[in-house]
Design a protein around this ligand. Sequence first.
Ligand SMILES: Cc1ncc(COP(=O)(O)O)c(C=O)c1O
Length: 461
Amino acid sequence: MNDFDPANATQSSAVVENSTTGSEEGGNSKRQKILPKTLESKSFAIKDFEGNKEDQEDYIANTMATYKKNLTDRSEHQLGYPFNLEYDYKDLNQLMPFSINNIGDPFIGGDCGNHSRPFEVGVLDWFAEFMKIEKNEYWGYITSCGTEGNFHGILTGRKMFPNGILYASKESHYSIAKAIDMFSMKWVQVETQVSGEIDYHDFKTKLLANKEFPAIVVANIGMVFVVGTTMKGAVDDIDFIIQILKEGGISQDRFYIHCDGALSGILLPFMECEKKVISFKKPIGSASISGHNFIGCPITCGVLITRKDYINFHSRNIEYIASQDATIMGSRNGHAPIFLWHALNREGCKLIQKQVEECLKNARYLKGCLCKAGISAMLNESSIIVVFERPKDEELIRKWQLASQGNVSHVVVMPHVSVAMLNTFLDELISKRLTWYKDEIPPCLEVDIGKENCTCALHKC
Ligand SMILES: Cc1ncc(COP(=O)(O)O)c(C=O)c1O
């Protein structure tokens, strides 16, 4: 494993480049190199101590200590990825010795007794209420991550409309492209605005253009929209999307909307942004929200909520587990629902509200400091993601784990990101930047974040 050379590795590129339909482009015909910068080549070897117990115990203890030290350091410098590290799950240490597997349907008892389904259903009921759907009208499960929830939602749309076209914005998370690839779907890539929000005009144009192809349109249309893009935290306006569908003559029985609400899905109801919140009072089919993102959970997980009727597209009776199989995965993590249940029970909405307000305040603080220092930066209205000029120093990017794409990097201001942490980062960035641009002009970021957010020589006022 140590010898793995990332430069020789390839990954599938599922991005449609001509912005029209076609799973061919999204398939494996085009492949691109993985960027080697984020891969670490270190490995902790499995060693044979030939019966020397003492050396073996020392080796294991030392490895754990080294790893713990590294994790502590990485957590203290976690700015770029959306996981909340501020939680206290000490109460749950007592459950760690147990194997817990929620295999099967959360609402149907199976033969395996080592499960946590009562916790899972409790959490699902909370999310169902959160997304405004009655208990007897929804189905869902705790997934292993946001991606799995997206897979489930998209697969439902696919099964409902086998010949449907999937519309997704070009700033959708890569899990959408992965689903398109896996389920061999036809799709249309929709342009985005500078903010990262879907370009509604482009969507309308492409929607209407596809009406010219009867084999596709007549055969039904399936659609997916994103609620909260990964890089800029932009949020699509579901109400407006529904309006465009209606104006385009796509009746409700001919579209399916899946909401990818990984991070923003949980924040929006606390930001008084009604028109963008995920609500099953609107004609949406499913929604996926991450569990480890804002709620915070040491085990990656997510929540998938869909309409109960749709589950017939998936369900199969499985005698071996004495349950039904309607999930993407088989065995499912039984600890994750208990963590979420614990977090939501301790302070629930009150704590989330407080944390959202604090994160918004700190995000605005960071954006303000960057602007004051002459660094191009953007912060969308309902977002805690600050996008700014990509640091020239890859070492700094790695140290602070800044997610970066093209000319920009971002900080996700999560509950563990304190003002003190931001100040330390800012001091370092600002002083290093003075050296990068001593004899050079900083780049123009008009295309990436808009001229109103750009501080290059041409745009700064
Ligand atoms: C918008 C969006 N969707 C989906 C995901 C996928 O989540 P996960 O990494 O938990 O699979 C992410 C992750 O950051 C995301 O930002």
